[in-house]
Design a protein around this ligand. Structure first.
Ligand SMILES: Cc1cc2nc3c(=O)[nH]c(=O)nc-3n(C[C@H](O)[C@H](O)[C@H](O)COP(=O)(O)OP(=O)(O)OC[C@H]3O[C@@H](n4cnc5c(N)ncnc54)[C@H](O)[C@@H]3O)c2cc1C
Length: 637
């Protein structure tokens, strides 16, 4: 609890978003036959209670559905010193305890204790260095699991403080996954009321918090909402999952909480189909956007050192590149457009806003001629995906945008409708043709309306992130935060071509990558197509499923999706090679990947899978050609 207060007590505030709830537990006198001190803790998730030994008696508490956050009356810390017992509030937990262990009724209760217990906005603890104050390390917000986490969390934080980084990927716990936006007391109070009961609930895939929502929204939010958008949240930003077509039972869809085939299957399928055959628009405004510029060559020189791909490209080109650490691992994976000789526009994943900013601030030279600005809020981003995106955009702008004039990975400022200065990039993050439009926010509604009106004759419709996910996974595109992290390198995921190793330039991570190039890699990003998996009846893969090669465990999946093109599930994940006798890690070669028989284990059931190191690009090209012929039929729909 105090971490929040302490963080705000300095001149430069450190935001540590956690908030305490009142936590009730009762203590009994010892049993006639005192309980053994090594009695395991018993947890009854249905009853929302835990039971453990306490001096030969019972200590039992729980996580009620209606928690009481502290500071409810806006009172100060004194509230903590005067927490009262509340038997009415504890009654459901007491009933659950007596239902589970009826004999306890005879036990004499000693005390009902009320103490503060801290929770975080995503139920994961908070650790790491502050993004704003160097050397300020945090380990807090244990979500009532501080004893279990204590040892590991302490170890990784100690490594972090001593070596500058922990020995495992702890991004899900990193303080930098949060920013000031999660630090409002009202937000925290509402959110922890949802978090605490979750301690006993089953979390299904694609599950979202319901509290603290509509904090960051695109200017198009209301327009999209009125058209049936279903929302999810990332870093406080509302993003569309999919659009419910008119006439569908909305209530039913909201309840699609399952590990099996979800209700949105057909809806997302039709959005994917439209991306492949006509044109879709996805609002991707949540992307993190920075502008970096300088008076001379400082911006180029600094970025060349901090990024692994060559950024000295002609003005108007977009470069896909990693921002690597000394070990060659991805601290960020982003697209950088060269706007002029001395200015760059950088697009990163949504949850990079704090981490990437802090990394660049710490690594860029302290030079008043070099400036960096977070322009995330200034631009609405629309992704126009599909073979007809070019037609829509051509009609709305007078600039030629056919592939001859506007090749892939190109960026140009142009007017769209009445609006000027729209940054258009020929990139869609899906492997499909189309454009990203970065629109100054005051023009967002105008450009969206123009695109939708003009798009009518090309079969345009709205789409959401689930369609995007299916498209990118079937193309074998890795995403930072899901597939890539600070412990995966470009060499391990087939991206050597995005690294300037041969150009004689120095950059962070270069030595580590050189070594991998010479000696090989110990894990390899691989695509799996499930063979005997029945999408309708079998449990779906989500992520984290074990991968078996010739019956032996070799790694885990990092993301998966149903491919509506291949009509199969696709899983992405890393394959390792362990010596059969010693368990020692060995180099993973292409032959090793290609010569194995694979299975993916979904909740204990294994499914055969075909491993691929390269996407089925030929298959997708063929399909697209065929679809072009069928396009006229699509327009009549
Ligand atoms: C009844 C109960 C049962 C639990 N059971 C489990 C369990 O089974 N498994 C599990 O993993 N977790 C369990 N927890 C949660 C776990 O105890 C906490 O998550 C963990 O103790 C939090 O660790 P901490 O170091 O952040 O805070 P704390 O353990 O609360 O440590 C904070 C320390 O700071 C001291 N302090 C406070 N203010 C000041 C000040 N102004 N100056 C100096 N010192 C100060 C306090 O006295 C205290 O020693 C349980 C908690 C409770 C209440």
């Amino acid at each position: 609890q105090w971490a929040y207060e302490l963080g705000h007590s300095g001149e430069e505030p450190v935001n540590i978003p956690l908030h305490a709830c009142e936590h009730f537990y009762l203590l009994t006198h010892p049993l006639k036959e005192p309980l053994a001190s090594n009695l395991p803790t018993i947890v009854d998730p249905d009853g929302r209670i835990y039971i453990r030994n306490w001096q030969g008696g019972i200590l039992s508490g729980g996580f009620e559905k209606n928690p009481k956050p502290l500071f409810t009356e806006g009172r100060n810390q004194l509230e903590i010193q005067h927490l009262q017992e509340d038997w009415d509030h504890f009654e459901p937990l007491l009933s659950a305890l007596l239902r589970r262990m009826p004999d306890l009724e005879a036990l004499q209760i000693m005390q009902l204790v009320n103490c503060p217990e801290s929770f975080t906005p995503d139920m994961r603890c908070i650790m790491g260095e502050s993004p704003t104050v160097r050397g300020y390390f945090v380990l807090a917000g244990m979500n009532s699991a501080g004893i279990s986490y204590g040892g590991g969390a302490g170890k990784y934080l100690a490594e972090w403080m001593v070596n500058g980084y922990p020995s495992e990927n702890v991004w899900p716990l990193d303080l930098k996954r949060f920013g000031s936006l999660q630090s409002s007391r009202t937000f925290l109070r509402h959110r922890v009321m949802e978090v605490m009961p979750l301690m006993c609930d089953l979390k299904v895939p694609r599950w979202d918090f319901q509290t603290g929502r509509q904090l960051r929204t695109s200017p198009l939010y209301d327009r999209l909402d009125a058209q049936g958008a279903r929302w999810m949240e990332k870093h406080g930003f509302e993003r569309v999952k999919y659009f419910v077509p008119p006439g569908k039972d909305l209530l039913d869809l909201d309840q699609s909480k399952t590990f099996y085939k979800p209700d949105w299957f057909d809806i997302v399928g039709s959005e994917v189909k439209c991306c492949k055959e006509a044109v879709c628009v996805i609002d991707m405004s949540s992307f993190t956007k920075f502008e970096i510029s300088s008076t001379g060559d400082q911006a180029l020189e600094s970025l060349q050192y901090l990024f692994s791909n060559d950024l000295d490209v002609p003005v108007g080109h977009v470069v896909h590149t990693g921002m690597l650490n000394e070990k060659g691992g991805y601290e960020n994976d982003c697209s950088i457009a060269r706007l002029s000789k001395r200015s760059f526009f950088m697009i990163s994943p949504t949850d990079q806003q704090v981490h990437c900013w802090a990394w660049l601030k710490n690594h860029l030279p302290d030079d008043s001629n070099l400036t960096m600005e977070d322009v995330t809020w200034k631009y609405t981003a629309l992704n126009l995906i599909g073979p007809r995106a070019v037609d829509v955009l051509s009609e709305l702008s007078y600039a030629p945008i056919t592939p001859d004039h506007f090749p892939s990975l190109f960026c140009k400022e142009m007017s769209v409708g009445y609006a000027n200065g729209i940054r258009v990039m020929s990139i869609t993050h899906t492997g499909e043709p189309g454009f990203m439009l970065y629109i100054p926010i005051e023009y967002a509604l105008h450009v969206y309306n123009e695109v939708m009106n003009m798009g009518q004759k090309y079969g345009i419709r709205n789409a959401g992130y689930y369609a995007l996910r299916s498209l990118r996974i079937e193309k074998f595109f890795a995403f930072w935060g899901q597939d890539l992290d600070a412990f995966t390198t470009p060499m391990e995921c087939g991206r050597e071509f995005q690294v300037k190793l041969e150009k004689g330039m120095q950059f962070v991570g270069q030595e580590a990558l050189m070594e991998q190039k010479q000696n090989g890699v110990y894990k390899r990003f691989t695509m799996f197509i499930l063979e005997d998996h029945d999408t309708d009846v079998d449990l779906w893969p989500w992520w984290g499923e074990p991968i078996f090669r010739n019956g032996r465990y070799v790694g885990k999946t990092t993301s998966s999706a149903y491919s509506y093109t291949l009509e199969r599930h696709v899983c992405l994940g890393f394959v390792q090679h362990f010596d059969e006798k010693t368990g020692e890690e060995l180099v993973v070669t292409t032959d090793f990947i290609n010569q194995g028989e694979y299975e993916i284990d979904i909740a204990g059931q294994r499914f055969q899978a075909k491993a691929k190191l390269y996407p089925f690009s030929s298959l997708f090209t063929q399909r697209r050609r065929k679809d072009e012929v069928e396009l006229s039929g699509y327009q009549r729909e």
